[in-house]
Ligand binder design. Structure first.
Ligand code: ADP
Length: 482
């Protein structure tokens, strides 16, 4: 196949029932590095969403009747096409979202890895045979697709968050209506274009852009939608959960985090600094698994802060399209205001700036990579997700003390700690309340492992052999009269 170029992948129409749909009302998409408008997409509402849901319901009849192996074939072709288009997709992603091009390429490959993984898993949806308690009966379970899935995704991983919802849904035999974030609809539309090229039939994937309240209202209220999968803020997640209650939908929620990152006295400090850099400053601190609270034990506190600030000084802030840039802009002015407010609050309560601390000289939504020291539990940086390039470094005394502090959060998504003591590694890993724990590493995400949180960070898991279960119902068959 001839590869599509960037212009052909920049789509300014929605994808419903295999058609590219236009509308006079528009939503502007801006490049956060330059402020420039790069495209407009349709501002659709409840009516078009209803049409997309009806199309998904119709398409589901044939899609679920395919064998797992047949669905796997479609997903595999889609994966191949995404990987073949990694350059134009990464360019588009950086243009609409701002992350450095190397990170954008990484995201495309990461998103594609979920398509590849679930293409493989489509062939492995097993039921069980249950030993019966009566001789004349045979008991078994089969697994079936839940039906039409609604997916609502955020702007921080415009490609990967969508791929890791659509791929398991399709593998399971579900069809999808997806609403990408207003800031970053282009990556979603490009993915749909490649799905169409891969031959995925009309109506199996639908993408609607526009008014989040109107579209979200329809996606959560329409009884034909059987499941909602959401990644985004805890506040919106709670609202959507309430909206789903009336029609008792299945839900998967990947919400906010407030990840602790703990460095014990016995840790390899250089490794801990390296892990903190990756975990804290990737995507300019705008990931839900970013280290948000760095707890460093007394004995290594000063050494850790000194080494971390050396590394932070080497970060290159700028337009993600420029070679060498490692820190892009924040997504918008609201994000910048939150970072500034968190820093001001910490300073007012006695924290000190080690490096950074203010908007970057480049202007716009660029912010200096920042380290704060002498941070304490009453500050906003301890309680809320900052979602920016700010590392607040707390001091702690002992293991018990830090576990209590790490767990003093309503969130429980990711956590990280560095130690070389095997007993401590087990104790702390078991005691920390989080869905994912990085031990001596700051990078934990992979398609083969379960991604998800506990407490108010959400429910459900994405990726791994568990991920497909969120899109399946268990049906129990009781055969009598044997
Ligand atoms: P953030 O604050 O990081 O932008 P949000 O939770 O607001 O996170 O956004 C995540 C996704 O939720 C986006 O696709 C956004 O459009 C969507 N969203 C926001 N508000 C609503 C709503 N009331 N109903 C449905 N979707 C919504």
């Amino acid at each position: 196949m001839k590869l599509l170029n960037e212009t052909e992948l920049l789509l300014e129409r929605c994808y419903i029932d295999g058609q590219w749909v236009d509308a006079p009302a528009r939503l502007a998409v801006h490049n956060p590095a330059t402020g420039e408008q790069i495209a407009t997409v349709p501002r659709l509402g409840a009516e078009e969403t209803r049409q997309a849901i009806a199309a998904a319901e119709r398409a589901g009849v044939a899609w679920r009747a395919l064998t797992g192996k047949e669905r796997a074939g479609y997903l595999r072709r889609w994966f191949d096409l995404v990987m073949a288009h990694i350059d134009p997709l990464a360019n588009l992603l950086t243009a609409e979202m701002g992350k450095p091009l190397s990170e954008a390429r990484g995201e495309i490959a990461y998103g594609a890895s979920y398509i590849e993984w679930f293409a493989e898993e489509a062939k492995r949806i097993y039921g069980d045979v249950i030993p019966a308690t009566q001789g004349d009966k045979r008991l078994l379970t089969i697994k079936q697709p839940v039906g039409v899935v609604a997916a609502i995704t955020p702007w921080n991983f415009p490609n990967a968050m969508l791929a890791r919802k659509i791929a398991p849904a399709l593998a399971a035999g579900c069809t999808v209506v997806a609403k990408p974030a207003e800031q970053t609809p282009l990556s979603a539309l490009a993915l749909a274009r490649l799905a169409a090229e891969a031959g995925i039939p009309p109506g199996v994937i639908n993408i609607v852009t526009g008014d989040p309240v109107a579209i979200g209202g329809e996606l959560t209220g329409n009884p034909l939608v059987r499941k909602l999968t959401f990644t985004g803020s805890t506040g919106v997640g709670k609202l959507l959960l309430r909206q789903c209650a009336d029609t008792v939908k299945k839900v998967s929620m990947e919400l906010g985090g407030n990840a602790p990152f703990i460095v014990f006295d016995d840790a390899d400090i250089d490794a801990a600094v390296e892990g903190a850099m990756v975990s804290k400053y990737r995507n300019t601190g705008q990931t839900c698994v970013c280290a948000n609270r760095l707890y460093v034990q007394d004995g290594v506190y000063d050494a850790f802060v000194a080494k971390l600030s050396q590394q932070v000084a080497a970060l290159q802030v700028g337009n993600g399209m420029q070679p060498g840039v490692t820190q892009g802009p924040l997504i918008d002015v609201k994000a910048l205001a939150k970072v500034e407010a968190h820093i001001a609050d910490a300073l007012a309560q006695g924290a000190k700036v080690v490096t950074g601390g203010k908007p970057h000289a480049l202007g716009g939504t660029f912010f200096e990579p920042t380290i704060l020291r002498d941070v304490t539990a009453g500050m906003k940086v301890a309680q809320e997700e900052t979602f920016g390039p700010v590392a607040p470094v707390f001091r702690f005394r002992d293991e018990q003390d830090v576990v209590v502090q790490a767990n003093a959060s309503e969130f429980g998504l990711a956590a990280y700690f560095y130690s070389r003591d095997i007993g401590r590694i087990w104790r702390v890993a078991e005691a920390i309340e989080a869905g994912m724990i990085g031990v001596n590493t700051g990078l934990i995400s992979t398609e083969v492992a379960p991604f998800g949180g506990i407490k108010q960070s959400g429910c459900g898991r994405e990726g791994s052999r568990y991920g497909i279960e969120d899109y399946l119902e268990i049906k129990y068959l009781c055969l009598g009269g044997i």
